[in-house]
Every structure is written in C-alpha cells, then in structure tokens.
Design a protein around this ligand. Structure first.
Ligand SMILES: [Zn+2]
Length: 585
C-alpha cells in the first residue's frame, strides 16, 4: 500500500493535461481538452480531459475515466503501484523504498538484481577480452551481429571454476549473495563455492521492466545439458518470465500480436533481422502467468513450431492454456529440423513472415493434426480430443462456429455434436453471460441520484444545496451514497473547486464507486441549467424514495393481514396514509 499522502502529493504536483499530452495530442475545447479516445476506435473526439477536475473521461464507446494515475495504468497496461511509480517520477517525488512493486527494492530482491547485473557485465567483459575470442567467433558464426550481442547483453563464462567467485571477492561482494543468486554453488567438500556458469555463452534473462532476474547459459559444442539456467530465486521463476518481452513489448502492441517461440536464440536472431514482436517461453510449457504477461500487450499469439513431434506435442500442451485465458491462437509450422533461429538466417525476415502470415487457426491446426494421426475412420476419437479444446473457447460465437465446423469436417450432424459437447461441458452456454463482461466499467446506478452526484462534484455550492434541501440520507444507491459521504469530508477540507482526480485516488480499490464518479460527471457535463437540474433531480429522488417506502409498506401490510395482526395493520395503514398526504402537499 502506498500512503494516501504521497499519492495526494503526486496529484498536487502534476497536471493531468500535461501528463496526458505526453501520450496523445489534446485540443482545447472550451474549458476542457479533447482528443480521439485512445482506448477505443473513433473518428470524432469524445475523450475529454478536465483541468478543473483533474480527470479524464470518454463519452464514447468505452466510457473509461479517472485520474491521471488511472490514465497511465490504462495506457501503459500497468498495475496501480507501477503507474504510481511512473507518476511519482514525473512529479519528482521519491517513493519510500518499501512501497515499490514486486518487492523489487525489498533489500534481498534488489541485491539479487544488482548481482545479476554485475555477473552479466562480468561475462560481457570476458567475451570482449582476448580470452573470449573463441566464443565471439562462435557467436558470429551463428549469425549474431555485434550490435545484437550488446543489446541483449550476451556474454561468455570463462572455462574456470572460480573466476566469478574470485571477482566477487575482489569487489567485496558477499559470497552468500552470490550463492543466493545461484551464480555460485557451495562445494560439497567444503572447499568454498564454485561458479555455476562455466565455458558457456550467457544470456541475461530480463524481466518485463528490463531488470535481470536470472541468467541462462548455452554450451558452444554438442555437450549436454545444452542449457543451464539460474535456479529459482525470489526474483526468478522460469514460469513467470517471457524471454525478450522487455525488448518486444512495444512492437507486440504495435503489431497487435506476439510471436511465441521456444528458446533465447529464437528470439534474438529474428529480432536482429527485424522481427521484433517475438518472445520465448524458454523451454517450459506455456504457463498461465506467462499468458497473463502476454495479454497485457496483445490478444493474439502466433506460436511457432518445428514440424518434428516434440514441437507438436509441446504445442498441443500449451494450447488449452492460451484458449482458456481468452487468447486468440494461431500456429505456424516450420519445416522439419528448422527453428526460428535457423529459418530466419536462411530465409530472412520475408521468408519468416510468410510462414507467420500463413499460420493456421488453432482449431484447424489441431483438427488437421488429429485427422492425420487418427484418420477419418475414428471420428469419435477425433471429436473426443477436439471438444475439450472447443469447450475452453471464451467467446460463445466463436465456440459455436467451431462446433459447426467440426461437425462439417467430420461429416456428422451439428445437433449430435452439440449433444456431445453438452457432455464435455454441460454449462457451456454460460459463456454468453460472461462475454458481456468486457472492459467497459458500466454499472447501473440510479439515474437521478447519479446526476445529482455529478452536479455536486461540479461545485461546493451545489453540494451544500443538496445536503440542505434533500439530505444525504435520501441517497439509496450505495455507490452514489459512498461518494457523497466522501465528498462531504472532501468539501470540508477543500475550497470551491475540488480536485476530483484526488478524490478518485481514494477509490482505487472500489471500481464501482470510481465508475459512478465518471458517469456522474459525464451526466452533469451536458447539463444546461444546473439549478433547474438540481431541483428536478431532487424531486425525482424524493419521489423514488416515497414509492419505495410505499412498496415496502404494502408488502408489510399484506403480511400483517395474512397473519391477522390487527394492530400491525392499523399501524401500517397509518404510515401509508401519512405518505399519501405528504405527496398531496
Ligand atoms: Zn473511449
């Protein structure tokens, strides 16, 4: 948790117009600024930034809104603490160390990043030294350019048991830390530690932000194991990393999809040839954490596999995770014996992109593979393998299409395929419901209450009027009520014009309240006659309150009558009459 005072300080120092202008061009429009919404496709600008209120909101399709931290989160696909960190840097405010995300500055973690960085530099220097000549020649022979070697910080570990350990000693780096990072290993004979990486090409493994969380190392001949990696540490877990993402995330976003490969070289060589939207799973079967990382940047992945059986098996294993997580998956198959690294060197970017563009839809890929393996005679077997995959498709329309297609290809009735599908996942139709849950934060609020909230947010005088003539207790919408209560405290401490962005930073964990604010402001924004609107809305709220009370009392009355509770009946009738009288007056 980042202290509210610090968030307030950040929001005090930054101006939302300036911050958003760094990302998209804004045009002045009356008291506000306008642009085409960066979060949905549109031709007429409906994205509004208010310097008075320090918030933005989209009047168009996506209805997103919030303060400048929310904008950074949405635009950069960051978590709240990550966005705060960026905003803090812009504002020139130092965040307390313990507040940083991932515990990255929790002392052990930051020391581990540091020593990994030291080791990376050490191996880079060795590669450039006369003793590294052989390794450098090997890399050149494999097609690595000098630039790419520098950019990916590739190095070489010396053919020695203790060169890095000794280097640490000379630099007063603790032996314990080197051990914790897995860069050295304690010897069994108690003779001190020895280096984990020896006589290998080293590849630092960057996290998404470009910090080195571990290292991978490859032999230069045919000896085994071909690769060794850092052990799992507090900052490195094989299943949490997509190798190359720090380099490729921009391009993945620009292209709208990621190319998914297996090894380090399969990222680096295509990257060097200009295919920059590549990431690698580094030899693990794809994990859902990796899918999450990917989905921050694109909704489509093209998986590249070599035609040999190992690749095919790996692809089938990874597929369902992708689908389950709502990723669109296509499969590109390279000729047998080829991997992206060798293929790009041979056929260049163009040849490689031809294969990528010819990638098959996951459905067709799997079906073709199964038909090839099992043959048309085993329709039942093919269906058994296909249906669980189809069941995982999130989009109901796509899912339905797949079912139809499967029935066609197998030459059976669609109805019977649907029947079989029902057995695999009897409730598959529920996806229709979850499909509506897109990233649009629209909840239904009571309309006139919401409108009043918007008007109250625009000026203290309006808030005071509502408070006096209606009373905050009249608000029945829990989210509107919540914000109104906050507003009461906020106006106590602030003058006429409040910084709504600041108010919203107090609702970070309450999406519904935050959304109420945005929608309320959107409603109030288009109000012509504020005073008339306030009066009209207050009348509506009173009326709604009355009607609800009557409804309540009527049902109480029915119960009392049913149980022959005569005093109860008289009492309730009295209340009902009183409300009717009020209505007349
Ligand atoms: Zn929008």
């Amino acid at each position: 948790m980042i202290p509210q005072e610090i968030i307030d300080q950040i929001l005090d120092r930054l101006d939302i117009v300036e911050v958003i202008s760094e990302y998209i061009p804004l045009k002045k429009s009356g008291r506000n600024f306008k642009a085409c919404c960066p979060f949905h496709n549109e031709k007429t600008p409906s994205f509004v930034v208010s310097p008075d209120k320090q918030i933005f909101h989209c009047f168009g399709g996506c209805a997103i809104g919030g303060n400048l931290i929310k904008f950074i989160m949405k635009h950069e696909n960051l978590t709240f603490p990550e966005a705060v960190r960026i905003a803090a840097a812009k504002a020139g405010i130092a965040l307390p160390k313990y507040e940083r995300p991932d515990g990255e500055s929790n002392s052990l973690a930051s020391r581990l990043y540091e020593i990994n960085n030291t080791a990376t530099a050490f191996y880079q220097n060795f590669l450039r030294s006369p003793k590294g000549k052989g390794a450098l020649e090997y890399l050149k022979k494999r097609g690595f350019s000098s630039d790419i070697i520098s950019e990916f910080r590739i190095g070489c570990a010396p053919d020695s048991w203790e060169s890095f350990r000794k280097y640490c000693e000379s630099k007063k780096i603790s032996a314990e830390l080197a051990r914790k990072a897995g860069l050295t290993i304690p010897s069994e004979k108690g003779k001190g530690d020895y280096d984990r990486f020896r006589k290998r090409i080293t590849f630092p493994i960057f996290n998404e932000r470009g910090n080195i969380s571990g290292l991978g190392a490859r032999v230069m001949d045919n000896s085994l194991p071909k690769y060794i990696n850092s052990p799992e540490t507090v900052i490195y877990s094989k299943s949490n990393v997509l190798y190359g993402l720090n380099f490729s995330k921009k391009s993945i976003r620009a292209e709208g999809y990621a190319i998914l490969v297996e090894g380090y070289m399969d990222v680096i060589i295509p990257y060097q040839y200009g295919v920059t939207n590549v990431v690698a799973t580094s030899g693990t079967a794809l994990t859902s954490r990796q899918v999450d990382l990917l989905k921050k940047h694109a909704n489509t992945a093209v998986m590249v596999f070599d035609a040999d059986s190992a690749g095919v098996a790996a692809s089938l294993r990874g597929l369902d995770i992708l689908i389950e997580n709502g990723l669109n998956v296509r499969i590109a198959t390279l000729p047998e014996g080829e991997d992206p690294d060798s293929f790009v060197r041979e056929h260049g970017k163009e040849g490689f992109m031809k294969e990528i563009n010819a990638a098959k839809d996951l459905f067709d890929y799997k079906l073709d593979l199964l038909l090839e393996k099992k043959g048309k005679s085993d329709i039942g077997g093919v269906a058994d393998d296909m249906l669980p995959t189809i069941a995982k498709v999130q989009n109901a329309v796509v899912q339905s299409d797949y079912l139809k297609k499967l029935a066609e290809r197998l030459g059976v009735h669609e109805a019977s395929m649907r029947y079989e599908m029902g057995k695999v996942k009897p409730d598959y139709s529920y996806h229709y419901a979850s499909e509506a849950k897109v990233d649009v934060e629209v909840t239904n609020y009571r309309s006139s209450e919401l409108h009043l909230l918007g008007l109250a947010l625009s000026a203290k005088r309006v808030f005071t009027l509502i408070q006096r003539e209606l009373g905050l207790h009249m608000f029945r919408d829990i989210n509107v009520k919540k914000v109104m209560d906050m507003l009461e405290r906020f106006y106590d401490e602030n003058d006429e014009n409040i910084n709504v962005g600041k108010l919203m930073s107090r609702m970070e964990n309450d999406a519904d309240a935050g959304s109420a604010v945005v929608q309320a402001i959107a409603k109030a924004e288009i109000t012509q006659d504020i005073d008339k609107a306030v009066q009209d809305c207050m009348i509506c709220v009173k009326k709604e309150n009355r009607e609800e009370k009557l409804k309540d009392l009527t049902s109480q009355l029915k119960k009392a009558q049913a149980s022959h509770d005569d005093t109860g009946v008289i009492d309730i009738l009295g209340k009902i009459n009183k409300i009717h009288k009020e209505k007349v007056a």
